[in-house]
Each structure stands twice: as structure tokens, then as C-alpha cells.
Design a protein around this ligand. Structure first.
Ligand SMILES: NC(=O)c1ccc[n+]([C@@H]2O[C@H](COP(=O)([O-])OP(=O)(O)OC[C@H]3O[C@@H](n4cnc5c(N)ncnc54)[C@H](OP(=O)(O)O)[C@@H]3O)[C@@H](O)[C@H]2O)c1
Length: 321
């Protein structure tokens, strides 16, 4: 091939890549604009979540952070909620608060998702005939602080995989066919911006979130004609106890919202956006984070985690390793 032909082929390839990049970008902007503007311009289309999906939601990991705030947001929209976490007292307190503030019904289920299919069977059994119309697969486990693989206790690694991958998969399988039979329902799978690239020092956590992204997209294709909304949420940092390893992530800001602000926005995207970060400023972060090639993103992610690891050591007064 002559030099000119080679350059022409390269230029054509560049045009194709740019075309798909901008197509993707324009599609995201259109989806977001539609979701935000529809209530003003097509008010008839605005139906309540109860009308659209049904009366009961189940939120996993619902006594703290995002899950708790998400459960409150659903309840404020008139939806009854099943709360699932490990600690009965926290569950009772959260359920009591929701019932008092939102006048909806609640049900609590004590289950530890690190027990895999046993926990999922327990949840399914305790739900009995209750129709779960909205399933929020929120529960997730992260490292205690950014670590090298060999430093993470074996049990913790196994739990991260069982909870982040296993619970999302098995809970979805447990409830999706009932939704299909009813011809309506919603499944929200909470991933993370960590899915964007391999994430050094949170290697296993990042990989489990990449799984959720892939799982959710393929599932949406499989059940495209079943009347079920299958949403993939990929938040960036939120101020919750999951990030207690760094003080800088324990201060709410525009870039790092508190769980309540995050959940309010995230719930408003349900039924409107199949793929979302769930928060406006996270959308901007996600967009810019997606631009560089994967190896640059991974490098930046690794450097960021080295800084957060140092934060942890400094706060604990440990000499850095
Ligand atoms: N925070 C962030 O910056 C961030 C960013 C991106 C994505 N996310 C994702 O968002 C989701 C929620 O995170 P979060 O920050 O809200 O977490 P969080 O504040 O640590 O809350 C976790 C919730 O899950 C429950 N839980 C923990 N382990 C459990 C288990 N084995 N079985 C059952 N329940 C369990 C906890 O209650 P008990 O301890 O009482 O069981 C609690 O209610 C996760 O999937 C996370 O990966 C978070």
C-alpha cells in the first residue's frame, strides 16, 4: 500500500471513530434533555411510579447511604418498600422513620448477601406473594481502603464478589420472571464510575462493577419486549460510609453529593434513562472521564487511589507502606 493510501485509510478510520463517539454523545445529551424537559412539555406522559410499575419496591442495602436514601425517595412517591440489610435494629428504625414520614407500608427482611444464594432464597421466601414491582440492587461492598490485591483479606475478596456480582445476578433472576408475567416492573442495578476502566488498588471492586455494566446491558436486550425498565446507574463518589477511608470524600460538595441529594436525582431518572450516573454533576464527570484512552484513565485511577490510600494512612496515623 502506498503512503497516501495508508494515510487515507487512517483518516477514514478516524472519521468512523469520531462519528460513533459523537453519535454516542449526542444520544446521551438527547436522553438527558428529554428526561429533564418532558415534565414541562409533555405533561401527559408523566405518570407516577406507582401507576407505571406498581406499589411495592425492594431495596437491598437499605439502612445506610444510597439504599436508605433511595428507599425514602420511593416512599415519598407513594411506594411501599421492602428493606433488606443485615442489622435488624437498623432495619426497624429505618422502616419506622419511613412509615412515619411517608405514610406507606414497609416490610423488613434481615439477610446477609455475603451468604450468596441462601440469602436470596430467604428474601424471596419472605416476600412470599408480595409483588416486587421495583427491584433496586443497591447493596455493594468495597475495600476498607485502597489496597494491593495481596493485602486484601481473602474473605473480603470473596465477599465483594459474592455481594457485588452474586446478589445483583441472583436477586434479578429471583424477581424478573414475575415482572415479565405482570408485563411491567423496574430493575435498578447500582454500579459505579469504577466500571469505566480497570481500577488499580480497587481491582476487584472495579471488576465487579464492570460486570454489573455488562450484565445490565445484556439483560435489557434479553427482556426488551417484557415491559420491564432495566436501569444501569453508575455513580461517581457519594458521601457515604463506604468512603470512610478518606476525609476528603466525607465532605459533601457539588462533585461528591450526600446520599439524599444523589437519590432524589437518581429516582427522577427512573423510567426516563436506561443508563445514567444518577446525578447531574456525576454525568459531567463521567463524560470527561470517558474521553481519554483506557490506559490513561487507568493510570489516573491508580494515582487517585494511591492518594486516597495515603489519606487513610495519615488519618490512622500509620506509616505509609
Ligand atoms: N458511596 C460511593 O461513593 C459510591 C460510588 C459509586 C457506587 N456506589 C455503590 O452504591 C451502592 C451503595 O453504596 P453506599 O455508599 O450507599 O454503601 P454504604 O453506605 O456502605 O451502605 C451499605 C448498605 O448495605 C448494607 N449491607 C452491607 N453489607 C451487606 C450485606 N452483606 N448484606 C446485606 N446488606 C448489606 C448496609 O447495612 P448493614 O451494614 O446494616 O447490613 C447498608 O445499609 C453500592 O453498590 C456501591 O458500590 C457507591
Amino acid at each position: 500500500m502506498s503512503y497516501d493510501m495508508y494515510m487515507l485509510a487512517l483518516a477514514a478510520l478516524g472519521v468512523v471513530v469520531l462519528f460513533f463517539f459523537f453519535l454516542d454523545l449526542i444520544w446521551s445529551i438527547l436522553q438527558l434533555s428529554r428526561a429533564l424537559l418532558a415534565p414541562f412539555f409533555i405533561p401527559n406522559e408523566e405518570t407516577s411510579l406507582v401507576k407505571k410499575y406498581g406499589q411495592w419496591a425492594l431495596v437491598t442495602g437499605s439502612t445506610d447511604g444510597v439504599g436508605r436514601a433511595y428507599a425514602f425517595e420511593l416512599a415519598e412517591r407513594g411506594i411501599n418498600v421492602v428493606l433488606v440489610s443485615r442489622n435488624e435494629e437498623k432495619l426497624r428504625n429505618t422502616a419506622g422513620e419511613i412509615e412515619r414520614q411517608c405514610s406507606v407500608k414497609t416490610k423488613i427482611i434481615v439477610a446477609d448477601f455475603s451468604h450468596g444464594s441462601k440469602a436470596v432464597e430467604k428474601v424471596k421466601e419472605e416476600c412470599g406473594k408480595l409483588p416486587i414491582d421495583i427491584l433496586v440492587n443497591n447493596v455493594g461492598k468495597q475495600y476498607e481502603y485502597p489496597m494491593y490485591l495481596g493485602e486484601v483479606p481473602e474473605k473480603e475478596l470473596a465477599d465483594i464478589i459474592t455481594i457485588n456480582v452474586g446478589a445483583v445476578t441472583l436477586m434479578t433472576r429471583a424477581f424478573i420472571d414475575d415482572m415479565k408475567e405482570r408485563g411491567r416492573g423496574a430493575i435498578v442495578n447500582v454500579s459505579s464510575g469504577s466500571e469505566l476502566q480497570p481500577l488499580p488498588l480497587m481491582t476487584v471492586y472495579g471488576a465487579t462493577k464492570a460486570y454489573i455494566k455488562s450484565f445490565t446491558a445484556a439483560l435489557r436486550y434479553e427482556y426488551a419486549n417484557a415491559g420491564i425498565t432495566i436501569q444501569h446507574l453508575s455513580p461517581m463518589f457519594i458521601n457515604t460510609k463506604m468512603n470512610a477511608f478518606s476525609n476528603r470524600l466525607q465532605m459533601s460538595s457539588t462533585l461528591v453529593p450526600d446520599a439524599k441529594s444523589y437519590a432524589r436525582y437518581a429516582v427522577s431518572t427512573l423510567g426516563k434513562m436506561d443508563e445514567s450516573t444518577g446525578y447531574w454533576s456525576h454525568g459531567i464527570q463521567y463524560f470527561f472521564a470517558s474521553i481519554p484512552p483506557v490506559w490513561i484513565r487507568m493510570y489516573i485511577g491508580g494515582q487517585m487511589n494511591k492518594t486516597l490510600r495515603q489519606d487513610y494512612f495519615t488519618e490512622k496515623g500509620i506509616k505509609s507502606k
